[in-house]
Design a protein around this ligand. Structure first.
Ligand SMILES: Cc1cc2nc3c(=O)[nH]c(=O)nc-3n(C[C@H](O)[C@H](O)[C@H](O)COP(=O)(O)OP(=O)(O)OC[C@H]3O[C@@H](n4cnc5c(N)ncnc54)[C@H](O)[C@@H]3O)c2cc1C
Ligand code: SF4
Length: 585
């Protein structure tokens, strides 16, 4: 595909910063409406199929799929005992990655922590700096939010309601479903609305047993709602339908792009309109402002390879660098008119930072499956999702909000239960006998949005490009810890109800950030004193500035955010295009 050159003398209709789920969606919507758009991405355009090598067998990889010896990825214990920016103690490692970067296939996708340092409280911050960002390796669970989330304050009195209702965003969820494809099964749950699903995956034997076992408790287990096209998409030539190879489950990433990723799902089709210019290796360091009008005038960026500085001009600036990077960029964009950073008259940029707490879960064995012949269970893009059941009809005495579980069972290329005791032939026999009977699930719970959980610019530490780093002030609170205890208890109770033998149960909470669902650092709202954006993700302060990623979230809910990020972004960009046409921006 021919890529037009960036024209630094031109004023683009819009410049988008970041090419992940949010930036990709903005590019799709605006170019399809005829706008001339420039997309700046900090990372490289990787030959992604060669990186992911989804069909490579473990024995064909020099390190059986793990990192080369000179590279290291942080473990849970290292996050606990060492403080960011994770300098001393890792001298032997040429490259240092977050916990997710332990695989050879992700080493060029996730960032090197040393080049991208941050300080403050511990945080397992996973960043993917390349075209498409984290969507190249995301877990694909694609869930909708409901008015249980958008109007959570009305229900329990905590925090703020969103300035929108489910009815406002439902048509845009439908558009995302149809344009990108999603698999799942309709359940008619008011707190987890259905999507427009393509062909679903199948639950396996132990999963059906769990589903039936918890039905009498009024709880619901459904097929993994995966952002994967199982039937194919006639309108997209870059993506194949899912062939059930299970490779995405093995290490993340689908090299035939049945699983949604931003480049093939959104950016390449946007380039085909002839209206999109893409510049990779372009690290935005400041959003520039016209001192006369106070409006955003463009972006100041540095070429990540040559270190040269550039400026581009646009009528509208769209920030989509991911929740924390977007907050960083707004804070970096200080000027005489905006001394606290851009769009920050409320002082809320960087604050109300929230996400999901994870760690607690259970592993068990379906006794009737022990010793049974292996079955093909990992040939699908996900296992099951066990939906929220807390604080819906009843009020839990110890915590507010809720959690759901992601899980799976059955035979897999990398068998479960290899941590069993023993060695040699008897060990292998033990693993073979039990592997298909294992079932496990882990919880994802809402972390409350709190003003006192925030990020700011570090006054000293800078990244490889000389740009000030973020300093974290972020900790889980009592509500999260009480919820985590409950997660373990209910997980056990449900496995017992299904008749499983419990092998392991834990309420251990993983390091903050582990869920990779950071949200809320530039929240939307009706009141410019307590929010950064309006319901269309448009800055209250600067009318031609939009922030279209997870920053805009008012609360985290317990559902994974990516489908909502994209539905909100589509809605905001429709509004933006209309306002631009009317001359209001
Ligand atoms: C392993 C893994 C599993 C996940 N599983 C799920 C899941 O099951 N369900 C779900 O909903 N979500 C999941 N997520 C989260 C999901 O990937 C994110 O919600 C989504 O990618 C967010 O989109 P985004 O556009 O905000 O950010 P990103 O996808 O991170 O994209 C941001 C882009 O902006 C670029 N950028 C950053 N700073 C700058 C700058 N200064 N200048 C220019 N460009 C910049 C980055 O390089 C990046 O390409 C998962 C993530 C990971 C890593
Ligand atoms: S199971 Fe489907 S989505 Fe996953 S890697 Fe295979 S083809 Fe891609």
């Amino acid at each position: 595909m021919a890529e037009p050159e960036v024209n630094l003398t031109k004023t683009y209709d819009a410049v988008i910063i970041g090419s992940g789920a949010a930036g990709g969606m903005a590019a799709h919507v605006l170019t399809s409406r005829g706008l001339q758009v420039l997309l700046l991405e900090a990372g490289k355009k990787l030959p992604i199929e060669q990186e992911l090598r989804s069909m490579e067998w473990p024995y064909d990889n020099a390190h059986r799929g793990f990192l080369p010896p000179d590279s290291h990825s942080l473990s849970f214990n290292e996050y606990t005992i060492r403080n960011p920016p994770y300098g001393p103690g890792f001298e032997k490692s040429k490259h240092l990655h977050s916990y997710i970067g332990s695989s050879d296939y992700l080493k060029n996708i996730v960032v090197d922590e040393r080049e991208n340092p941050f300080t403050g409280t511990n945080y397992a911050w996973v960043r993917a700096r390349c075209l498409g960002g984290k969507t190249n390796i995301w877990g694909r669970l694609a869930l909708r939010l409901s008015d249980y989330d958008f109007k959570a304050k009305t229900r329990d009195g905590y925090g703020e309601d969103w300035p929108i209702s489910y009815g406002d965003i439902a048509p845009y969820y439908d558009k995302v479903d149809l344009y990108l494809g999603i698999t799942g099964v309709k359940e008619n749950l008011p707190y987890l609305p259905d999507s427009i699903f393509q062909r679903p995956t199948k639950l396996n034997c132990a999963e059906v047993t769990l589903k039936q076992g918890i039905q009498k408790m009024g709880r619901v287990l459904t097929q993994y709602r995966a952002g994967v096209t199982s039937d194919g998409l006639k309108h997209n030539k870059y993506r194949s339908r899912c062939y059930g190879r299970g490779a995405c489950e093995r290490k993340g990433g689908c090299d035939i792009h049945a699983a949604f990723d931003s480049p093939t799902g959104l950016i390449y089709p946007a380039m085909d309109t002839g209206n999109l210019t893409l510049r990779t290796n372009s690290v935005a360091r400041e959003i520039t402002v016209d001192p006369q009008t106070g409006k955003a005038s463009g972006v100041h960026f540095v070429d990540s390879q040559t270190m040269k500085d550039y400026k581009v001009h646009a009528r509208v600036v769209i920030v989509a660098a991911s929740t924390l990077e977007s907050a960083r960029l707004l804070l970096l964009s200080k000027s005489r008119l905006y001394p606290n950073g851009l769009a920050n008259s409320s002082g809320h940029v960087g604050h109300n930072f929230c996400e999901h707490v994870m760690g607690p879960g259970v592993a068990g064995r379906a006794k009737n499956l022990v010793g049974k012949p292996p079955t093909l269970d990992d040939g699908r893009p996900g296992g099951f999702y066990l939906t929220r059941f807390r604080n819906l009809a009843e009020k839990h005495p110890k915590f507010i909000r809720g959690y759901g579980f992601e899980g799976g069972s059955g035979s897999a290329m990398f068998p479960r239960g290899t941590d069993t005791h023993g060695f040699g032939a008897s060990f292998k026999e033990e693993v073979r006998k039990n592997q298909g009977a294992f079932i496990g699930m882990g919880a994802f719970g809402e972390v409350l949005s709190r003003y006192e959980n925030y990020v700011e610019l570090d006054p000293v530490v800078k990244d490889k490009w000389g740009i000030p780093s973020l300093r974290f002030h972020y900790k889980f609170g009592d509500n999260e810890h009480r919820m985590a205890e409950d997660m373990k208890e209910t997980a056990q109770e449900m496995f017992e109800a299904a008749g499983f033998e419990i092998v392991h149960a834990s309420s251990r909470v993983l390091t903050e950030g582990w869920s990779i669902h950071e949200l809320g650092t530039a929240r939307m709202g009706n009141d410019p004193k307590t929010s950064v954006l309006n319901q269309f993700e448009q800055s209250h302060d600067v009318k031609n500035l939009f922030v279209v990623d997870g920053s805009a979230f008012v609360n985290a809910s317990c559902q994974n955010p990516t489908w909502t990020i994209m539905a909100l972004c589509w809605r905001s960009c429709d509004y933006l295009a209309e306002e631009l046409q009317k001359g209001n921006l």
